[in-house]
Structures are given as C-alpha cells and as structure tokens.
Design a protein around this ligand. Structure first.
Ligand SMILES: [Zn+2]
Length: 433
C-alpha cells in the first residue's frame, strides 16, 4: 500500500493506512444501545435493549410493535412465523416510537407519512443492522405500526459455503460463479430466501482485486468493498446500470429484474464482459426462460448469456431431536412414483425411510420444527440447454436439465431432504406445486 517510486512526495500528508482507518471506523459507538433520554423512560429503554438482544438470540428476522386497542403487541418473526412475545401497556407505545425515531434521526412530529430509517444496535460482540418502517394506523397518527427488519451482521455476508445445499449443487454453482461474463439468476416467490442466496453468491466473489457494484431497493446487506447504490425516484435500476457500465466493474448485483428495460441492460452487461447477479419473480428455472422472453430478451441472448438459474423455496426444517421416521402409504407411494416421477433410492428398502414432524415438539423445539432449509433447483446453461432455449422448446429444456448431475426439480429436492431427515414428508410433497 502507498508504494512510492521516489522520495517523499508533496502529497504525502494525504496518504492513509486503510487497515488502521478501518479499525478506527469499527470501534463501536457508545450510543448503539438505547439509553434513557426522558423522565420515566427507564423501563422502556430496558425493554428495547432486551427485545433486540432477544431477536438476535432467537434468529428473528423482524420485530413488530403494533398498537392495539389500549395495548401494544410485540411480535417476532421466527422461521417465517410471527410469534407474540409481549403485550405492553399502551403508555409504553409513545416512548418506544420516540426512541426508535430518535435512533433513526426521524422527525418526531411527522405522524401521517410513512417513515423509513435504520440504525445499528450493539450486541457486544457484533452489530445488529435494524431497518425501521413506521406508519400511523389511525386518523390522528396516535396509533403506530412499527416493523423493524433485523439483520445480524455476524451472520450475513457469507458465501455459498454457508448455505445448506447438496454438494453437487454447490459445486455446479461455484463453477458458474467463476465465469467472468454472463448472468446468474436466483428466482422464487417473496420469502423464499433468494436475497440471502444472492448475497452469498456475491460474498463468494468478494475479493480485493474485484470491483463489486450493487443496485438495490433498498440496500439489504452492506459490503465493505462494494459500491452500493440505492434506487430512488431520480434514478431507477436502468439509470444506475447504464452508469455502472461506464464504471469498469467486474461483478454487479441487481436487486430485482422487474421490467423489460432492466432486463435488457442486465443482459447487455452480461454480454459485455461483466458478471451479473439478479433475482426474478418466477416459479421454476424453466418458467424463468419464458419470463425473460416476456421481457423481450431474444432466446439467443438468453441462451448465450445465462450461466445458471437457481429456483428456491424456504421451508421449516424438522427438529433433529424429535423427528419421526415415516413410511408413506401405498397411495402415497403410487403418487410419488407415478405423478411426481420420484425414483425412491435403494437405501429406502434398506431401512432409510422418509421423515415426518412430531407436532407435539420436544424440549428443544416448539412444534417439531427448528430453523429453515432452502430447497434448490439449479439449472446450468450447458450446450444442450442453450440449444433448447434458442429453439424456445420448454420440453427440451426440461429434458436437458434432467441430464445434469446436480439438477433436482424442486419437489424432488424437497423429497431428498425428507429422506435425509431435514424436511417433513407431507411438506415436501407440496413443494413446487
Ligand atoms: Zn423437537
């Protein structure tokens, strides 16, 4: 760093050591926990410090504060479901609202317009990134609905090694990400974990010698080395992407392809020496090709620039302590083989059955489930797939996919997890339907 070819230059006082600078920037600021600011707010401050610490401990994704008739309901979203943890006296509501607004530097008097803000909460050994959304729920703005999305900085920004998937899938995805040019798409409905997988792909590529850029709405995870640009009314995704194409980047993450213009520029980037990563709302890898066609991308461009399409769902995993072995009924076996087209492996007859949930739960879980598991269908664009895409032949795409060793249709991937004891059999049967 700062290697100079000759002597002490006239600009030497401008040079800094980025390592020391970074260390300075990471010293936690004392105000990153809630502290008393007004008379009588001590208990609310203690409660806020407790609830965000508890949210991190329980791996909650969101903290909800909803004003009801005369009381405030505090809920956490854990493994996709909301759970009411506390019911507070209404007198706490205004203090909670004031403290959260103060933390995000939001106006205390704006009671009608929806407000967005964010703050960092100090967990002691790491930071919690909290994104706050506030909206008044009555005519006077007295009652509020406050939702805080919490992102544990200690868990985020991982790589694809941190995402549970079969090793054949991981290896095929890693190969696709090694390309210097093309596009990798992650598809699925809202709440399917696409963003986590997309950032894991970016995390895999995060190296000092790479220029990473992201266009997002809003910025989901902060990356130290990436240039992250937020979409707003003055600059939409196409405007940001056009500017990026003049910024000599290696890898670009586009939050979501939602329109024809964004799709066209993303594919332009993918065809001109850049690695593009993005998400799309579609159900399966095959329907993604149709959706891209609807956006006006011609089949030849889709075939030539697409590296891989990853379709994903997220389901609640079985508790490892109380899961129950399960042998499907005759009718279910018939459906499995003839309707789902699932080939039951030989190990099944040797005493390795499917699994089901123990709804009663045990001391380690609430209801027989613990955590969530991604179910992944990965289509790699090889020669056969490219030819099928160019011919706009969905049947041929599906046929080419089944020849790929890592390819498992969503429902088959889910049934594999049930055999492995990670997913309930009946939940697996419904995946991808
Ligand atoms: Zn259990």
């Amino acid at each position: 760093m700062n290697k100079l070819r000759e002597g002490v230059p006239a600009f030497h006082s401008l040079l800094i050591d980025p390592v020391k600078q970074r260390a300075r920037a990471h010293v936690p600021k004392p105000a990153t926990r809630f502290s008393s600011a007004w008379r009588g707010d001590d208990e609310v401050v203690a409660f806020l410090n407790h609830i965000f610490t508890e949210a991190a401990a329980l791996c909650a994704s969101d903290v909800h504060f909803h004003d009801r008739d005369g009381w405030t309901e505090v809920r956490l979203r854990i493994d996709g479901d909301l759970k009411t943890l506390y019911c507070l006296d209404q007198s706490a509501s205004r203090f909670i609202d004031d403290h959260l607004r103060a933390k995000c530097s939001l106006s205390p008097s704006e009671r009608q317009m929806p407000l967005d803000g964010r703050f960092r909460f100090d967990l002691g050994d790491r930071m919690l990134d909290v994104r706050v959304s506030i909206i008044g729920t009555d005519a006077h703005g007295d009652a509020q609905s406050i939702v805080c999305r919490v992102i544990d900085a200690g868990l985020g920004n991982g790589t694809i090694d941190d995402i549970e998937m079969p090793s054949s899938t991981r290896n095929a995805l890693a190969v696709a990400l090694q390309a210097t040019e093309g596009i990798v798409l992650v598809v699925g409905p809202t709440g399917s974990g696409k963003t986590t997988t997309l950032y894991a792909c970016l995390g895999t590529l995060d190296r000092p010698e790479k220029h990473l850029v992201t266009a997002e709405d809003p910025v989901e995870r902060r990356l130290e080395r990436a240039n992250q640009v937020i979409k707003n009314p003055q600059r939409n995704f196409p405007t940001i992407l056009r500017a990026f194409l003049r910024q000599d980047f290696d890898v670009c993450l586009v939050g979501e392809i939602r329109d024809a213009e964004t799709a066209a520029i993303a594919y332009q980037g993918a065809n001109t020496g850049h690695l593009m990563l993005s998400t799309l709302h579609s159900k399966t890898t095959a329907s993604t090709v149709t959706r891209l066609g609807d956006f006006g991308i011609d089949p030849y461009t889709i075939g030539s620039a697409t590296l891989a399409i990853l379709a994903q769902r997220l389901e609640r995993a079985l508790c490892p302590h109380c899961k129950v072995e399960y042998y499907p009924t005759e009718g279910e076996l018939h459906t499995l083989e003839h309707e789902a087209g699932y080939v039951i492996p030989a190990s099944y007859d040797d005493g390795a059955p499917f699994h089901k949930c123990n709804e009663a739960g045990c001391e380690h879980c609430r209801d027989g489930r613990k955590g969530r598991i991604p179910i992944i269908e990965l289509l790699v664009a090889d020669d056969a797939v490219r030819a099928a895409i160019a011919c706009k032949d969905p049947g041929a795409i599906a046929e080419a996919a089944t020849l790929q060793p890592q390819f498992r249709a969503l429902q088959h991937a889910a049934l594999d997890w049930s055999l492995a004891g990670r997913l309930d059999f009946h939940t697996a049967m419904k995946v991808g339907k």
